[in-house]
Design a protein around this ligand. Structure first.
Ligand code: BV8
Length: 242
């Protein structure tokens, strides 16, 4: 069935879209998981075992994200143009905990793995902006209790955020775009199979190299995100205005 002229689009992004902004990926050879074991810093058990170490891991990444030289790149900007000019809805589902999509100007963004610049209190559940180092002895800004603050991110074994809204978006979309993800982490890595099962959704992978899920995509384009994403968005918008 010919896809609708301007179907709704779901864009899944991973660490690869932020690489050329200067942020590390996870599974590249110089990536985060080459330097630290995910079990120690990205699981509830790791936090239970050594909260100081986990806070240090995220404080270091938060300071890195807030550094003056870290800013959105041409791939983030191209997705803003797509959101602004595409006649149908564009939903960005990001696995990233950086804020580069928002800083580029994207409005319709779901952070399924949480946000580095937010903190959550384990005692009262409050979530608040956080651009400072977290520590166990810091009191929660809402309940004033100390000892319960953690980064507002989803660790392995925890439920990603807004899954209902994500699956609704996948159900309705006519185009599923995956950008800069290795396709190793579920449930995000399974989204392409979700949409393939529906039969009427086009699927394309834009990455610097084939991902684990390459065979599930009808189309693949390889190259740096700052080159292939703007080119692909330009093509899409040209087709929509034809
Ligand atoms: C959950 C924390 C229950 C924050 C992260 C099957 C079904 C369901 C669950 C599982 C399952 N099998 C296994 C599981 C459990 C587990 C899992 O997937 N384990 C893996 C290791 C096998 N999943 C979970 O625990 C998840 N929770 O399942 O809850 C549930 C069950 C069913 C349905 C719903 C819920 C929770 C997962 C979240 C974990 N937290 N991060 C943080 O510290 O950041 S995940 C971590 O990996 C990152 O945060 C990142 O979000 C994620 C994915 O990594 P990528 O973004 O893909 O990055 P990566 O480095 O791997 O790849 C980068 C890519 O970019 C590469 O391909 C590279 O080539 C490319 N690239 C590089 N440079 C460029 C480029 N591309 C373009 N241009 C460039 N310049």
């Amino acid at each position: 069935m010919e896809a609708a002229k301007s179907p709704s689009i779901v864009v899944l992004t991973g660490a690869g879209i932020s690489k050329e902004s200067g942020l590390s990926t996870f599974r590249d050879k110089d990536g985060i998981w080459a330097k630290v074991a995910l079990e120690d810093v990205a699981t509830p058990e790791g936090f239970q075992r050594d909260p100081k170490r986990v806070h240090a891991f995220y404080n270091d990444r938060r300071r890195g994200l807030l550094a003056a030289d870290i800013c959105p790149n041409a791939a983030h900007v191209a997705l803003v143009e797509l959101e602004d000019r595409w006649p149908g809805e564009v939903l960005i589902v990001t696995q990233n905990i950086d804020n580069l999509h928002e800083r580029a100007g994207s409005k319709n963004v779901i952070h399924m793995h949480g946000e580095l610049l937010k903190a959550r209190c384990g005692a009262c559940g409050s979530v608040f902006d956080c651009n400072f180092d977290l520590a166990l002895e810091l009191p929660c800004l809402a309940c004033m209790r100390a000892g319960g603050l953690r980064p507002h991110v989803v660790w392995f074994g925890e439920m990603p955020f807004e899954m209902d809204r994500i699956y609704a978006g996948l159900d309705a979309c006519g185009l599923f775009l995956s950008i800069g993800t290795s396709g190793n982490v579920y449930p995000a890595a399974g989204f392409v199979q979700e949409v393939r099962g529906r039969g009427s959704t086009q699927t394309i992978e834009l990455n610097i190299e084939p991902s684990e899920g390459r065979s599930f995509f009808e189309e693949q384009r390889y190259g740096p995100a700052t080159e292939i994403v703007p080119a692909y968005v330009k093509e899409l918008l040209k087709k929509a205005s034809a």
